[in-house]
Design a protein around this ligand. Structure first.
Ligand SMILES: Cc1cc2nc3c(=O)[nH]c(=O)nc-3n(C[C@H](O)[C@H](O)[C@H](O)COP(=O)(O)O)c2cc1C
Length: 308
């Protein structure tokens, strides 16, 4: 399936694995790229040298292109921005801000830059700033979210920019991919489904929680603070939302989320940890290899789009 995105990134299938903090390390990224999609290493708040090591480990596992997601609010964003250039990474996706100050350095290095956006205004701004494509991410997604649904955001972004649009949020099978294409997207980015991949290092408790999730099992914490995060309901989200409703500030509640994603992903603490996952978790029912997932989804997509 060729689209402007597969051409731009030199990949076989229009499927990108989201650069998920803690989850998206070299094993997952390399497995997705090996299967024909684009794997991403999640830069999160890790120092430059940690990401350098991850890039090298991924390269040892695959010759295919993979990328790095850089969280612009990370205290190490400057370092990681340089590391991707030094290590010859081909694709960078960015979250939580405007990558403007790195654009010239990345462009000179031939890096394809793909910011994640949750609004038309931001998509336009990124196109003006030289982005090669944008990920339009709907509020159904796991992790940090915006307000708009994928269904309404994607076609509006597609109409507003001429660079290719990648749809994210609530996509976990061929139906979702085909629907995203109908909205004008030229690729999809998925997070939640890849968390349960066999190659994902997420703790078994985390994977099982996603596999057991129902459609209504996610909750959003931090809405009143302007930092909304979607994850699966647990003791932590109930406590957080209760205190938020009582008017507690972001700073007062930070103790509840400090290190909490790491604790869930690495230690399997799904009660007081942050179990980031999207609304589509209710449809993710089994652990599979990345190749099994991608082959299955692409066959379904092509059938639905009448290409096979
Ligand atoms: C566990 C988890 C961690 C995430 N961490 C990040 C992150 O660090 N940076 C980022 O840009 N997106 C992050 N995301 C969002 C994903 O990259 C992706 O856009 C999103 O999961 C797509 O929606 P879906 O979960 O419905 O597939 C995360 C998502 C999950 C589930």
């Amino acid at each position: 399936m060729k689209t402007r995105v597969t051409e731009l990134l030199g990949i076989e299938y229009p499927i990108i694995q989201g650069g998920m903090a803690w989850v998206a390390e070299h094993n997952l990224a390399a497995a997705v790229s090996e299967a024909g999609g684009l794997g991403l290493i999640g830069g999160a708040s890790a120092p430059g040298e940690v990401i350098r090591d991850e890039i090298r480990k991924a390269r040892a596992l695959t010759n295919k292109p993979f990328g790095v997601n850089i969280m612009l609010m990370s205290p190490y964003a400057d370092e990681v921005a340089k590391v991707v250039v030094e290590e010859g990474v081909k694709v960078v996706t960015t979250g939580a801000g405007n990558p403007g100050k790195y654009m010239e350095m990345w462009k000179n290095a031939g890096i394809k830059v793909i910011p994640v956006v949750a609004s038309v205004a931001l998509a336009r701004m990124m196109e003006k700033g030289g982005a090669d494509a944008v990920v339009a991410e709907g509020t159904e997604s796991g992790g940090h979210i915006g307000d708009q649904t994928t269904m309404s955001l994607v076609p509006q972004v597609v109409d507003a920019v001429s660079i290719p649009v990648i749809a994210a949020g609530g996509i976990a099978d061929g139906r979702g991919i085909a629907a995203a294409f109908m909205l004008g997207a030229e690729a999809v980015q998925m997070g939640t489904r890849f968390v349960v991949a066999k190659e994902s290092i997420a703790h078994q408790n985390y994977k099982d929680r996603i596999i057991k999730a129902k459609d209504i099992d996610t909750a959003v914490t931090g809405r009143s603070h302007g930092h909304p995060v979607r994850g699966l309901r647990n003791k932590m989200t109930r406590e957080y939302i209760k205190l938020e409703q009582e008017g507690k500030s972001f700073e007062e509640l930070e103790y509840l989320t400090m290190g909490s994603l790491r604790n869930a992903v690495m230690e399997g603490d799904i009660m007081t940890g942050t179990v980031m996952a999207g609304q589509i978790a209710g449809m993710v029912k089994k652990e599979q290899t990345c190749k099994e997932m991608i082959d299955e989804m692409m066959a379904e997509t092509e059938k639905l789009l009448g290409r096979k």
